[in-house]
Design a protein around this ligand. Sequence first.
Ligand code: DON
Length: 303
Amino acid sequence: MDHARVLAQVHDLVKDHIGRGRVADYIPALSRVDPGRFGLALATCDGEVHGVGDWRTPFSVQSVSKVFTLALVLARDGDTIWRRVGREPSGNPFNSLVQLEYENGIPRNPFVNAGALVVTDRLLTLTGDSSGELRSFLREASGNPAVDVDTEVAASEEAHSHRNAALAHFMAGYGNIDNPVQDLLHHYVRQCSLTMNCADLALAAGFLARHGLLADGSRLISRSEAKRINAVMLTCGTYDEAGEFAYRVGLPGKSGVGGGILAVIPGRCTLCVWSPGLDAKGNSVAGVAALDAFTSLTGWSVF
Ligand code: DON
């Protein structure tokens, strides 16, 4: 396939969607991003990268980070995390508190904020420095040593983290958080505030397309764990829009309120798209449209 030509076609097809939606403003530092940006990168399983638009411009990864913390926990700890977090779609917003009380402090899945807090809590217990561990992994796996925390975004998020603090305290009340909530929030916020570009994220997620293998051929997670992460991305990666995303795109995907979406085509490639305008569910409007256009043009989907 002529990757560059297909990416250019996708860019062309989604031009009208770029700038639509609303930039996230509940984290004030995120609201200053230009809504007119759009980038799309594709990384093949053998490490070739292609891109279009602002694919080299760093942005705040936010919830896209949740895929990587889950992989790092599974890599170290195997299946035990599933005693503390479920794997069902929530049908609720990513920062919702309501389901947690009905379900005794066990979050629906690892991609809603409550579930991601549990995963980060486990990584913090296992490593003593979950955000540092994640940053090292992402630098190595993306090949970009400049991957780092945006301290302004982190400070802004930490100062506005009342909902996440409520989720964490609530789960701690059920015995589902091991570390002091303040420490957990600090690492969670730093993880979400990592800044990467589309190429970095597509390359870093390559192990999900290579059935668990890193670029150098070593194994991060088992084939079955890679399958399971992809499955949870498909069913839960875009929150209460996961059904619509699966319908339109037909790929495992994980979004973030920075406007990024990571998608995986197992055995072929990873895609990362970025455009900051979000729909009501917190997913990038132009990003979803671009992935929809990509799978429609190429026929590459898991279905
Ligand atoms: O915890 C939060 O609210 C943000 N750091 C991440 C939320 C997010 O990206 C949800 N994704 N669509």
